[in-house]
Design a protein around this ligand. Structure first.
Ligand code: CA
Ligand code: CA
Ligand code: CA
Length: 276
């Protein structure tokens, strides 16, 4: 039992008693248990109701408590209470299980109670707004490990999120032909950072590293995303090596790959650059 008139220390209940006759205790019925989805950092707004009645038509005091803490008191005038009266309490309930106890008395000592639970849960995964890797193009392909910083913007209806890099994959083998026999080519060095090797196969169409990201909310719902870092086959971004200053922002590796293929495979960039 979560509350009693005594524990709430309501002297008012005893004053209240002086004006009533209390032959028959009142009755009370609470609304049923509820499960709500978390909608804000405060949990969820919920409504609990209780129906009270007194056969004698006594004045009633109705005391609400949430998780053992007094929340609200209602006074009902004598006379009306021979009919069932439904009262409600609207409250912002925190994530988890909340106990709502409602006590009614007609004289300060007759206390009749009911209770219900409001469970607030978070079953909705976070939303990813953007994932940015810096840099997202590695040039020149000198086989050196380059630090990469990843920034994720994500949010969740219920509260804060956290995120980390879960794995890094590449469209080329670690030790393929023509890439310099180095490994490993990727290392996750922290939740938000990694080292990637600036190399690609001279016979390929450019290397694409894919960094997989997992974003979690406080309830451990997760959303996954990824971001690419490319090592183009045959150009530096805006560099003197660039042979056709055509296109994109270098982040969408599909374009890089397409161009690489079109451009005559198997040419080793290193040589070409050396020539220029
Ligand atoms: Ca009564
Ligand atoms: Ca959530
Ligand atoms: Ca390698």
């Amino acid at each position: 039992m979560k509350i009693s008139i005594k524990s709430l220390g309501l002297a008012g209940a005893f004053l209240f008693a002086a004006s009533t006759h209390a032959a028959t205790p009142p009755t009370i019925t609470c609304s049923g248990d509820q499960v709500l989805e978390c909608t804000s950092t405060n949990g969820a707004l919920g409504v609990v109701s209780a129906t009270v009645q007194d056969a004698d038509g006594d004045g009633l005091m109705v005391i609400w408590a949430i998780n053992g803490h007094a929340a609200e008191t209602n006074i009902l005038a004598a006379g009306d209470t021979t009919n069932a009266i439904t009262l409600s309490l609207t409250n912002s309930f925190a994530v988890g299980t909340n106990d709502v106890s409602v006590g009614v008395t007609d004289d300060g000592t007759n206390v009749v109670m009911c209770s219900s639970t409001v469970v607030v849960q978070d079953t909705t995964p976070p939303q990813i707004r953007s994932i940015v890797a810096s840099p997202n193009v590695l040039w020149p392909p000198n086989h050196k490990m380059r630090p990469i910083a990843v920034v994720v913007r994500a949010d969740d209806a219920c509260g804060p999120v956290s995120w980390h890099i879960t794995q890094i994959t590449s469209n080329e083998p670690e030790d393929g032909l023509g890439d310099g026999n180095t490994s490993p080519d990727s290392v996750i060095t922290g939740p938000h950072k990694a080292l990637l090797r600036a190399e690609r196969s001279g016979k390929g169409s450019g290397r694409i590293y894919t960094l997989d990201i997992e974003v979690s909310d406080q309830a451990l719902n997760t959303t996954n995303g990824s971001v690419r870092v490319t090592v183009p086959h045959d150009r530096g971004h805006g560099s003197r090596w660039n042979d056709d200053e055509d296109d994109d922002d270098h982040n969408d590796s599909g374009d890089d790959r397409g161009r690489g293929n079109g451009k005559g495979n198997g040419k080793d960039k290193g040589k070409k650059h050396g020539k220029n």
